[in-house]
Design a protein around this ligand. Structure first.
Ligand code: TTP
Ligand code: MG
Length: 250
């Protein structure tokens, strides 16, 4: 039996009226920044903070390390079979909060990660290695299926910062987040394969948006020029949306 069949998916409800309207006059876009732990997502996002029409939504790791005084990230690393389900619910909630933040007209929302990488990389890894109990996985999957069907999560571009696991391991070591001190290279290798399967090889179903792959083995400082060009593309690309809206207003 497929996991997805264990708990039946809910009946889809029609999109809300205002969501329909927003879609027809879309003047904003959402960009996801994805890639392995330590590949440089936060550094990449920081670069875009200087643009007034870009809203940068960094991953709220601080919230995950203090849930009413409990460090959920640390608990997950110390005892994944016990805590990974709770932790992944927390991650998914954080991501959904970011996906659903109201958009500003003529702006770009850039998010570190998404509900998609939580599902297709981290939860998938926990399942493939039988770390998360089946019942936990089934409930989490049912919840993700419900979101897929009922929430209007729009994405326009995925930037995949692709770095080799060894480079990520070095960066994790340098930044020294205490919870990650025991992260083994095998874990990074497994996540690397899962990111590739999802974003390069289309093994996890239809992608929500086109993927732009950046070789992140080079330090992002060395990629400055490439990122500069990319930022112009991302920002200028809003113009067609603006034209569409003007057309509709006529
Ligand atoms: P990342 O989401 O990869 O963020 P990062 O800040 O480490 O990446 P970068 O250096 O590129 O900015 O991981 C944050 C931590 O949360 C990491 O220890 C892995 C963990 N995590 C999960 O366990 N499950 C998840 O679904 C996600 C998104 C993160
Ligand atoms: Mg980060």
């Amino acid at each position: 039996m497929e996991d997805d069949e264990i708990i039946p998916s809910p009946t889809p409800s029609p999109p809300r009226k205002d969501e329909k309207k927003m879609r027809s006059i879309k003047s904003w876009k959402t960009v996801l920044v994805e890639g392995n732990i330590g590949c440089g997502k936060s550094t990449f996002l920081n670069y875009f903070k200087k643009y007034s029409n870009v809203t940068v939504l960094a991953e709220p790791v601080g919230k995950w390390t203090d849930v009413m005084g409990y460090n959920a990230l640390e608990l997950m690393y110390k005892d994944a079979p016990r805590w990974s389900c709770a932790f992944q619910f927390l991650v998914t909630l954080s991501m959904l909060e970011h996906h659903k933040l109201p958009e500003k007209p003529y702006s770009v929302k850039m998010m570190e990660r998404s509900i998609y990488s939580a599902r297709h990389c981290f939860i998938e890894n926990l399942k493939q290695n039988s770390i998360m109990p089946d019942v936990d996985h089934s409930i989490l999957t049912a919840w993700h299926n419900w979101v897929d069907v009922n929430e209007d999560v729009q994405v326009d571009l995925i930037v995949y910062l692709r770095a080799t696991p060894e480079v990520c391991a070095n960066r994790i070591k340098t930044r020294n987040r205490s919870e990650e001190s025991g992260v083994p290279i095998e874990y990074l290798k497994a996540l690397h394969v899962l990111h590739d399967d999802w974003l390069l090889h289309n093994k996890r179903g239809k992608l929500p948006a086109p993927v732009l792959v950046i070789n992140a083995d080079k330090g992002l400082e060395d990629l400055q020029q490439e990122i500069e060009g990319l930022s112009q593309d991302i920002l200028l690309d809003l113009l067609p949306y603006r034209d569409n809206q003007e057309e509709e207003c006529r």
